[in-house]
Design a protein around this ligand. Structure first.
Ligand SMILES: NC(=O)c1ccc[n+]([C@@H]2O[C@H](COP(=O)([O-])OP(=O)(O)OC[C@H]3O[C@@H](n4cnc5c(N)ncnc54)[C@H](OP(=O)(O)O)[C@@H]3O)[C@@H](O)[C@H]2O)c1
Length: 329
């Protein structure tokens, strides 16, 4: 397994990591979570991703039970959580969501309890909070670092401008700024990584922990002939996600990507994930999985990387026709 540093920080994460969104506690039980996390860990995965909102706190609890049971050396892995949406769903009251100092600090304490760890290695602002000054959030994150409750902090789906504002505040008050962003990046979602963040990468530096490298499974080709039973898009309450991804145009493209993968002798999922981590501005792609077989297949993306020659990358761009256009000055 290859490891990459998060931006200009000293923290190293495995190029492939493992996350719990949708799957933990909704689709899989403790036994499967343990099987998947153990398999990943044994293959060199050192980063496990979570969030307060996943399964309304139950996902963190499940991951915490596995971590406790496995007794892995705490220095050998990186675990994250994210703050913004709260964990009470429709029951959320004021101050139980957002990025105010109150919620950031209370949510961190709750996440530590659910995950049964003394500190989070990474703590993400799950979305920007338009109602809280960025300055307040930067101070709150700095406070948690000084308390030893988190080691590094970052953002998720923030604009480049918002990330730079966090850095400006941090520099002004000599606080510790964000080192990492968690954006979506896959063959159908390219703007932020390949265009918007370029100046952030060049100037202050920014690690990226990529979410949905397979566009929720679409880029494995599993939806090419309909929606398989038990898959994410077949789950109750996930119609919005299915409607977002499953469309004639996208499926046509995935079928062409699948043909290319076949010619290269690899799976569509391995090709799609390899394409994602081929980008040098990607620190790690967070894998999601409900079955060990999926992880086995997806980890093969590491072996597939050398197959992604400039010619193959050009073929992929010809299929996708969505390469962000950069100014030519
Ligand atoms: N920051 C954010 O806003 C944000 C948002 C979303 C996710 N995340 C993080 O990113 C992680 C990964 O996101 P994701 O789960 O959406 O990743 P993904 O790789 O796009 O989708 C993973 C899902 O696709 C299916 N799948 C995976 N490999 C497969 C294979 N080889 N063949 C067939 N099906 C396969 C599985 O679902 P089924 O078996 O159920 O079909 C699996 O759970 C999450 O766990 C979470 O930690 C963060």
């Amino acid at each position: 397994m290859e490891y990459r540093r998060l931006g200009k920080s000293g923290l190293q994460v495995s190029t492939l990591s493992f996350g719990s969104w949708v799957s933990f506690s909704k689709q899989i039980n403790d036994k499967t979570a343990e099987e998947l996390m153990s398999f990943a860990y044994d293959k060199g995965v050192n980063f496990f991703d979570n969030a307060e909102i996943y399964a309304l706190g139950e996902s963190e609890k499940m991951m915490g039970r596995v971590i406790k049971k496995k007794k892995w050396d705490r220095t050998s892995f990186v675990v994250s959580s994210k703050v913004f949406w709260g964990w009470r769903g429709k029951e959320n009251k004021p101050n139980q969501t957002g990025l105010s100092r109150k919620h950031v600090i209370e949510a961190c304490n709750e996440a530590l309890q659910r995950l049964q760890v003394d500190y989070l290695d990474l703590y993400f602002c799950h979305r920007p909070d338009k109602n809280t000054p960025i300055e307040e959030t930067v101070w709150a994150m700095n406070h948690l670092i000084q308390q030893g409750k988190i080691l590094y902090w970052g953002t998720s789906e923030w604009s480049g401008v918002e990330i730079m504002e966090a850095h400006r505040v941090a520099a002004q008050y000599r606080l510790i700024g964000p080192v990492v962003e968690q954006p979506q990046y896959n063959m159908f979602e390219r703007e932020k990584l390949e265009k918007e963040y370029l100046d952030v990468f060049r100037t202050v530096g920014l690690g990226t922990t990529i979410w949905s490298p397979l566009a929720s499974g679409l880029l494995s080709g599993k939806y090419n002939d309909g929606i398989p039973k038990g898959s994410r898009f077949a789950l109750q309450g996930f119609d919005w996600l299915r409607d977002r991804w499953v469309g004639e145009d996208k499926i046509k493209k995935v079928k062409k990507i699948a043909d290319l993968a076949k010619k290269l002798g690899i799976s569509t999922a391995a090709l799609s994930i390899a394409w994602c981590i081929k980008n040098p501005n990607v620190s790690t792609a967070i894998l999601g999985a409900t079955k060990k077989q999926q992880l086995i297949e997806n980890l093969k993306s590491l072996e597939a990387l050398p197959l992604l020659t400039p010619e193959v990358m050009e073929k992929i761009d010809d299929i996708l026709k969505n390469k962000p256009v950069l100014p030519d000055y």
